[in-house]
Design a protein around this ligand. Sequence first.
Ligand SMILES: *Cc1c(COP(=O)(O)O)cnc(C)c1O
Length: 394
Amino acid sequence: MNMKEYIEEAEASLLHTYNRYQIVLDKGDGVYLYDMEGKKYLDFVAGIAVFALGYNNKEYNDAVKGQIDKLIHTSNYYYNVPAIEAAKKIKKASGMDRVFFTNSGAEAMEGAIKAARKYAYLKDGTTDHEIIAMNHSFHGRTMGALAVTGNPKYREAFEPLIGNVKFAELNDFDSVLSQVTDKTCAIIMEPVQGEGGLLPATEEFLKKVRALCDEKDILLIFDEVQCGMGRTGYMYAWQRYQVKPDIMTSAKALGCGIPMGAFMMTEEVAQKSLTSGDHGTTYGGNPLATAASAKVFDLFEDLKVIENVREVAPYLTKRLDEFVAKYDCITERRGVGFMQGLVFDRPVGDIITKALEKGLLLINAGTNIIRFVPPLIITKENIDDMAAILEECI
Ligand SMILES: *Cc1c(COP(=O)(O)O)cnc(C)c1O
């Protein structure tokens, strides 16, 4: 079958939850992807902030292959070495004390929400606790994660979701304060909003929210599914602000392609929340996924990934700022590190489609923003190549 026939086949079988671009991707190497006709694409999407190390990294592939031959899956009722190693590494990288492995970001959010509710339940013996989340946030598509996602368009048709969720505005401390009651058990946010528009929290805002949480014994939950794993130039974004959450989620680049997520917490929260029988997963933390993730942490060090983000991301910022200065239709650059966006005064779909024709993969965030979440190993040359194609498309 040729590419067009495969696409027709896909449209006849897959549920229509995505408007897919009209290419069938076949293989990847470094920062490039190839479709089944052999056309090459410079990839500034990275599977949406997943493939931090780029495609076809030999060491990563060998680690995954080696684990396949050894042991792919076993129940969480037994220990396995890759999970123990991955746990140690994620603890060190995140500054958290205890971890629960999941298969996705949404599932990590579900666990974080359950942990917060259990903590509050053990504290006062009541239920009906409230959560404050942020407008324009994105936390995933399952019912709990959706309930704290600040985009009514995603939520509406599926209500009622889990109850007692209130929304506040990122970087507006008073809007958070005005939603706090005796029943508030958690405040959930992305330190840098991804899907909602590449908006970073301010340090001042995070520090005030942290102090509020300390004062009222409310748990601060950071969703670092997208902004974690080096994307901001820090292993986890909280380290950039020095505002540490009580519970944190991670996914996307955590497995660099093997489905993998995690929620983590401090020892203090762990002692007073989820316990034996409260939570589980069949696949989560299986040897294949955790072997991949353990290798990812090693390769972050070997390849000096964080150093590369710190060195090269300012160049991305510079090039994007040039676009803002040059084009009236671009109103703003947003974001940090390798998690940035250009805000247009009109929908960006046509530009993204044109870029794809010219061999550059980009993705939107909302209708008016082009999002740049490339592999974290990109070079200044890759950025110049991207900028040259983008220029032609605008
Ligand atoms: C992608 C994303 C999620 C959901 O992760 P899935 O693996 O798609 O379930 C949650 N939070 C943030 C911030 C994300 O970017």
